[in-house]
Design a protein around this ligand. Structure first.
Ligand SMILES: [Zn+2]
Length: 251
């Protein structure tokens, strides 16, 4: 009798323990489920709250337009039109996931003020080695034998005060009064060739000055042994005068 009672207690105790274990396990499952549900809920909330749309106005610049001009030298450029920036209205969506930035999508872009492109002209013409130092001239005396001697240059008739430019880049090696040549300028070039400009009214360069092709170095005149306003122009290779017209492209 005693023994059967004990057995019955044991059985009840076992059942009770099993019950408690089942309850605890169920509780854990429910708890876990809640967590899972909550996590899923939170996740879906964060996904639905993850994008932000906004619009802003931004300045923009139009690409530079280059125009190639065969009448300009290769090293010449001209800004034909100054550029002006315009403005754009941009609508953007930022995407976040769990509070972390993921990406930005441009939804719409609209021009508010159109930009004005800068237009630049670039020369394509090859620069001649020498240029004629004056404009609007006529040749009044050619290079070569003249009056029983030799004319060492070419005479370019121009009114007194005409701008005289360097025929080529170089360094001034003579400037000022020079006997029969009157006021003259000599320019030495990188290969030792010298150009001479004579019967000037005025020289505006100094000894040792670096000059560029096309740069005004003097004003023409009628000084020295001269029979009328003109520019006497020489090219000397190794000290020897050559016909300048053989070394210029157009005249
Ligand atoms: Zn001459």
């Amino acid at each position: 009798m005693e023994e059967s009672k004990i057995r019955s207690y044991k059985r009840r105790l076992k059942a009770l323990l099993m019950g408690v274990i089942v309850l605890i396990a169920w509780g854990i499952v429910i708890e876990c489920n809640d967590y899972i549900i909550m996590a899923v809920k939170e996740r879906s909330m964060s996904i639905s709250n993850s994008s932000q749309t906004y619009t802003y106005v931004e300045e923009y610049v139009a690409p530079v337009q280059y125009v190639y001009d065969e009448d300009m030298y290769q090293d010449e450029m001209l800004v034909y039109q100054e550029g002006e920036s315009g403005s754009k209205s941009i609508t953007v969506m930022s995407v976040y996931e769990n509070g972390t930035f993921q990406e930005e999508k441009i939804l719409d872009s609209e021009i508010v003020t159109p930009a004005v492109p800068e237009i630049i002209y670039l020369g394509t013409k090859e620069r001649p080695e020498y240029i004629i130092p004056v404009e609007d001239y006529f040749i009044s005396s050619e290079f070569g034998p003249r009056w029983g001697s030799t004319h060492h240059g070419v005479d370019l008739a121009v009114p007194t005060g005409t701008s005289v430019v360097a025929a080529r880049d170089g360094v001034v090696i003579q400037t000022g009064w020079n006997g029969d040549l009157g006021i003259s300028v000599y320019v030495e070039h990188s290969d030792g060739v010298v150009t001479r400009y004579a019967h000037l009214n005025e020289s505006i360069v100094e000894l040792g000055q670096e000059v560029s092709q096309g740069e005004v170095i003097a004003y023409s005149g009628n000084t020295g042994y001269s029979t009328g306003p003109h520019l006497h122009f020489e090219i000397r290779i190794d000290g020897e005068a050559v016909n300048p017209l053989d070394y210029v492209e157009e005249y």
